[in-house]
Ligand binder design. Structure first.
Ligand SMILES: [Zn+2]
Ligand SMILES: [Zn+2]
Length: 295
């Protein structure tokens, strides 16, 4: 199961209701952060994501509203005695911005700031993370977190055949087991479940690279700094409107769209949701603390 928590959903400046950009993703007990705006560590405490479990941080671009939280979080991890290295990924060429933030402290563990380009950047047990280019006022990357297809035991079948205890492990490891004198194959008592795919754009103008990267995703988290009333500003500042994000979601054939990076001028998000839902009905505006469970 994959759990996603919106830690910060505001554009540029925080408000009492919204923190700066950060998305927490928990998978198999580990936590991955996508952007780390100011105050992210406190948002993690508030919304129940352990920062001791942070395995990696993925930065979309080094505008201040997406990175300042790295310094505080890194120091807290030091004070808590972390020894495990912490990789921080960011677009190649922007490493020094993050290193400058980190240079104000010393750490008991290693922090590796890794400049990356598009493509697969991390492969873990049962999942991978890849980056894709997006158009913004500085070079920026979106990220896709994807788990591979899994096989689950068909409980009813297993019970009928008398499979229990250690037999499950044997079936998984060897692909077959002898149950009550009969050879049972792993394939015959399991069903395949497709993997889970989540895409996050960070700041961006609407673009085809997002459509490609997010194809068929269970969830697309797309920035929607503006509503249609500020389409001109969105274009000039290389951001997106809610309607533009919805058009991308529709084109990519995703299951759900979550709008984030919302400008402080929208105290109520009903307008943004309405504009998006006219194009892509399964659209919601993010709130800090909102969760999505993907199985
Ligand atoms: Zn931003
Ligand atoms: Zn930006």
């Amino acid at each position: 199961m994959l759990k996603l928590v919106v830690l910060g959903s505001s554009a540029a400046v925080p408000s009492t209701e919204r923190g700066l950009s950060a998305i927490g993703l928990r998978y198999e007990g580990d936590v991955y952060l996508f952007d780390c705006g100011e105050g992210t560590q406190r948002q993690m405490m508030k919304y129940g994501l352990s920062f001791f479990k942070v395995k990696a941080i993925f930065i979309t671009h080094t505008h201040a509203d997406h990175i300042v939280g790295v310094a505080g979080l890194a120091q807290t991890l030091d004070l808590s005695g972390r020894t495990e290295p912490l990789p921080i990924f960011c677009p190649a060429g922007q490493e020094r911005d993050i290193e400058a933030l980190l240079s104000i402290s010393k750490y008991s563990y290693q922090i590796e700031v890794r400049g990356i380009g598009e493509g697969e950047i991390l492969k873990g047990k049962g999942f991978s993370v890849s980056a894709f280019p997006v158009a913004h006022s500085r070079p920026s990357l979106g990220y896709v977190f994807e788990t591979g297809p899994r096989r689950n035991f068909d409980e009813e079948k297993c019970e009928k055949l008398g499979i229990k205890g250690k037999m499950f492990g044997e079936l998984e490891e060897k692909g077959e087991a002898v149950v009550k004198g009969k050879k049972i194959r792993y394939q015959d008592v399991t069903t395949e479940k497709p993997g889970i795919k989540v895409a996050y754009t960070g700041d961006c103008a609407p673009g085809e690279s997002t459509v490609l990267a997010a194809k068929g995703a269970d969830l697309l988290i797309h920035e929607a700094t503006y509503g249609s009333d500020h389409e001109k500003e969105a274009f000039e500042n290389k951001h997106s409107t809610a309607a533009q994000a919805a058009a991308i979601a529709k084109k990519a054939g995703v299951k759900r769209l979550l709008l984030t990076h919302i400008s402080g001028r929208y105290k109520e998000t009903a307008q943004l949701e309405k504009e998006a839902r006219e194009i892509f009905p399964d659209s919601d505006a993010a709130e800090d603390g909102a969760e999505a469970l993907l199985k």
